[in-house]
Design a protein around this ligand. Sequence first.
Ligand SMILES: Nc1ncnc2c1ncn2[C@@H]1O[C@H](COP(=O)(O)OP(=O)(O)OP(=O)(O)O)[C@@H](O)[C@H]1O
Ligand SMILES: [Mg+2]
Length: 446
Amino acid sequence: MSIRRRLTLLLLAGAAALSLIGWLLVRDVVERAAQETQDGILGAATRAVADEMRGGVEGVEIDIPFMAFSILGAAGEDRIFYRVTVGGETVTGYGDLPLPDDAATLAPRFLSTPFRGEAVRVAVIDRTLLAGGRSVPVRVALAQGNRSRDALAARLSNRAAVVGFGFFLMAAALAVLTARSVTRPVRHLADSVARRGPDDLRPVDRPVPTELAPLVAALNGFMARLDAGADRTETFIAEAAHHIRTPLSALRARAEIALRGADEATRAHLRDILRLTDGTARTAGQLLDHAAVVHRSDQRGGSAEIDLARLADDVVRAARPLAELRDIRLTLDVPGPVILHGDRVPLEAALRNLIDNAVKYSPDESEVHVTLRPGATLTVEDRGRGLSDPPEALMRRFARGANAGDVLGTGLGLSIVETAAAALGGTLTLTPRDGGGTCATLSLPS
Ligand SMILES: Nc1ncnc2c1ncn2[C@@H]1O[C@H](COP(=O)(O)OP(=O)(O)OP(=O)(O)O)[C@@H](O)[C@H]1O
Ligand SMILES: [Mg+2]
């Protein structure tokens, strides 16, 4: 899951929880306030009734004032019940109205109870009156249904819910904005790294938040090492080529000189040395070519404009002397400039190896045709011994065909061609040619 989504969800969950808690708190306060309001009114009405009682010589005089009910009536449409007891006996009102059974106090007391199928709130006031020369405990209870109180509480808490939801919506918008702004540097960094080419190993120098600094430092260090590694490989390939080829050609020259003045037995040895030297030079050359092509395709560097016609001409010209030694006619057929974007080194190595194979596996005095077609297809056709193995098997590293016989080789040529073709986004196919021989086709995207 993306950081942004995770952050948004977290913030949204927090906002939802806070909104819910806020609403619960407000609802609690509202319910308490409604209860206190109801108790205040109920208490006042009860006191009004209690205050109208008088003790007398004959007994307690009870006069329920109308005012008490009008106070309650103004507060809502609820049903009202009352009960008055004198010395524990109900003298007027509902005899079954529940009363608290604890000791009397001066202040009104309240209790919530169901009564006659309805939830009611009861207020009770105790008085002691002097009646008939005795003090008599008098108890006044007034009850009111809870419906209007509940309706008020519900109205207020619904309003609180609407406010809470509005708060949540605002918090949600803020959450989205926050998540976006927090992840922006990460996105920008990823974009700037993704936008550069794979061979662009310059350090990232855009300013980043401190949390990302270690990551960027690690990335830069990594790229610097990669860059240095690539440089070292390039140097190694160049130096190895030079330091192997030079002594080998010196060795070859000495052996040839020695061959002239040697006797028959030594000549055989010297010829062996020459053959081995040639083989070693060839193997080293192919290995280094392969390394260079692999390295270049890793780097995907150099996307210069290449004229394939010119390149083919150069390679064919360079191959001609060797072909002519065996009276092989090497011809080139090009339609005109064919422009391609890519790296020249692998392309040259590929064509050189295809021509080398065609010449090597052809009989003396035959012909090899190199043809370039627009749309960037190069074919090399020979009248040689033909393929003995499936092409995929021959393209493997160090794989040589059963037809190779006494022809010198290392088995790296076709894998060089294949790697180069893949690096350029093209393909290599080897097919038998009509009338004998082989046709190698290098198709490149133009
Ligand atoms: N034009 C061709 N005609 C016939 N056989 C071929 C041709 N090209 C390649 N082959 C076969 O494919 C094998 C692999 O070729 P590849 O170029 O990879 O190696 P190589 O020519 O033997 O050695 P080197 O690495 O020196 O080129 C060859 O050994 C040969 O058997
Ligand atoms: Mg070859």
